[in-house]
Design a protein around this ligand. Structure first.
Ligand code: ATP
Length: 131
């Protein structure tokens, strides 16, 4: 089986670099499935799951947006933050979710866009940790 090198990088450092047979991600324009030999592209990512397939197993990584860069033999994801499913702290994500929901419910002059993004990051982590 042909593979691609997949690298996930954040400002805190590299989260993952390994070989996979297929990568699926959620670009802002829709789902992308990437196999070895894919044409080069760069696309912005949604707050979503990066799905990495190898040996009939799927590994999930939570990404908080950023970009995917595809080359025929390599996929690089540059994200503001990213965690492998097994590294997600569920308690922390639950606390972040509650904090964001409380902010959004208050009728104060808060930054709604920022609170909504924090809520999406927390929900994304919770969904990925649950799978
Ligand atoms: P919080 O309010 O809990 O910090 P956040 O969504 O604002 O959540 P980010 O700014 O996206 O957090 O990430 C900051 C750092 O914390 C990153 O290194 C990220 O990987 C890590 N991180 C955030 N939430 C979690 C979590 N639930 N489990 C593991 N790591 C997390």
């Amino acid at each position: 089986m042909k593979t691609l090198t997949v690298s996930v990088v954040t400002p805190d450092g590299q989260v993952l670099e390994d070989e996979y047979e297929m990568v699926s991600c959620k670009a802002e324009t829709g789902e992308l499935g990437i196999l070895p030999g894919h044409i080069p592209l760069v696309a912005p990512l949604a707050i979503s799951a990066l799905r990495l397939k190898r040996n009939n197993e799927e590994h999930l990584v939570a990404v908080s947006g950023g970009f995917i860069e595809v080359r025929p033999d390599k996929v690089t994801v540059l994200a503001p933050s990213a965690e492998r499913a097994e590294d997600i702290d569920v308690e922390r994500a639950l606390a972040a979710k509650e904090r964001a929901e409380k902010r959004l419910a208050e009728q104060k002059d808060i930054d709604k866009v920022r609170a909504e993004a924090a809520l999406q990051r927390a929900l994304n982590r919770l969904e990925i940790a649950r799978r």
